[in-house]
Ligand binder design. Structure first.
Ligand code: NAD
Length: 354
């Protein structure tokens, strides 16, 4: 197949890790007879320095004509003044809004060989393979709010429409069909009106998926279950704020921030794929960043935007095989002197990619 992929390396370690993911995608194309073309564009702090804006018009135009976007990370100390009118993360929000990227997918998988890096006992994290599906463009982060300077009260609003819940619920049920066939929908229906609408709508959508098992879990209980028995979950469906908090809570099970990919999707096949970590300015330019999160984001791109499931699974298996061979980047190496570089780890992934 032919595909046009726009890369937005961004700042800090972004260019280093995106380059490695592009090498992996290039190898996939060569192995499987696909033609991928890559176009690099500016976003984030580097775009502010070059053009005065975090998401230049040319970047948006390039993304519009692409099948998918692979992003590194944006931000860094030189652009971190909270009072600045233009900030790197504005570009990310604009990108999500412009393309209506309402479904955020965050898989959290544990690898037995990394068990010692997780904060839970090895037997608790064995077999954890959770897909968080988080609503990304509505809920309390986008609801009406009131704040009066130093005033004595302020409020935020959690707002959902049936259609907003319906479309993200469908993404979760569809994903469950390709996995273990279970959806846990998170809400706070015992207290919040918007969450009663959430539960009612998820129940409605579930009728179209009789083959998928649905359970409703209150958010406070879910936070506890995710630490007590994370392996019981398959797909976890949640609104914007609850999904944000629970997926961050669970991310620690993977052992390093450098392991976790994400996808932000709209109703079509278009998506923006990026690691969940930031631009790690403390290690930028040293060639030691862990490329796994970005390589696994490229696997999600193959799966969701290009519908290349076998190729996506091959990339995931190659990452697992590279880890099983014992190679570790600095964030995971028990002995710092034995850590391999960003490029050397990717070389191993390529060796295992068939
Ligand atoms: P961070 O995720 O960049 O780094 C946190 C810690 O994890 C650092 O010690 C870093 O070295 C380490 N780390 C992160 N990714 C790694 C990798 N792939 N390999 C090895 N180690 C890795 O978070 P931060 O330090 O709070 O933020 C740094 C900058 O990134 C800030 O400007 C922040 O605004 C930005 N940020 C951007 C995004 C994004 O682009 N989506 C997300 C979060 C933070």
């Amino acid at each position: 197949m032919q595909a046009r992929i726009v890369t937005l390396p961004g700042d800090g370690i972004g260019p280093e890790i995106v380059a490695e993911a592009v090498r992996v995608l290039t190898r996939v194309a060569a192995n499987c007879g696909h033609q991928f073309t890559f176009e690099e564009a500016l976003m984030g702090g580097c775009a502010i320095d070059a053009t005065g804006t975090s998401l230049p018009t040319e970047t948006l135009a390039a993304c519009e004509s692409a099948d998918a976007v692979l992003l590194g990370a944006v931000g860094g100390p030189q652009w971190s003044d909270p009072t600045a009118a233009v900030r790197p993360e504005q570009g990310l929000l604009q990108l999500r809004q412009h393309f209506d990227l309402f479904a955020n997918l965050r898989p959290v998988k544990t690898y037995p060989v990394l068990a010692q890096h997780a904060p839970l006992r090895a037997e608790l994290i064995a077999g954890v393979d959770i897909l968080f599906v988080r609503e990304l463009t509505s809920g309390i982060y986008f609801g009406e709010r009131m704040e009066q300077g130093e005033g004595d009260h302020a409020w935020d609003t959690m707002f959902y429409t049936v259609e907003q819940v319906r479309r993200v619920a469908r993404v979760a049920f569809e994903a469950a069909r390709g996995r273990q066939g279970k959806v846990a929908s998170v809400d706070k229906a015992n207290v919040l009106a918007s969450m009663r609408l959430w539960r009612r709508t998820v129940n409605e959508v579930a009728r179209d998926y009789p083959d998928v098992e649905l359970e409703h879990v209150l958010v406070d209980a879910c936070a506890m279950y995710l630490m007590r028995n994370p392996a019981r979950f398959d797909v976890v469906l949640a609104g914007n704020m609850f999904g944000d908090i629970l997926s961050d809570e669970t991310s620690v099970l993977a052992g390093s921030l450098g392991m976790l990919p994400s996808a932000s999707l709209n109703n079509g096949r278009f998506g923006v794929y990026e690691p969940i970590h930031g631009s790690a300015p403390d290690i930028a330019g040293q060639g030691i960043a862990n490329p796994i999160a970005t390589i696994l984001s490229a696997a999600l791109l193959l799966r969701h935007s290009l519908q290349l499931e076998a190729e996506a699974a091959a990339v995931e298996a190659a990452v697992e095989a590279a880890l099983a061979s014992g190679a570790r980047t600095a964030d995971l190496a028990p002995v710092p002197a034995e850590a391999v570089s960003t490029t050397a780890f990717t070389d191993l992934v390529l060796d295992h990619l068939h």
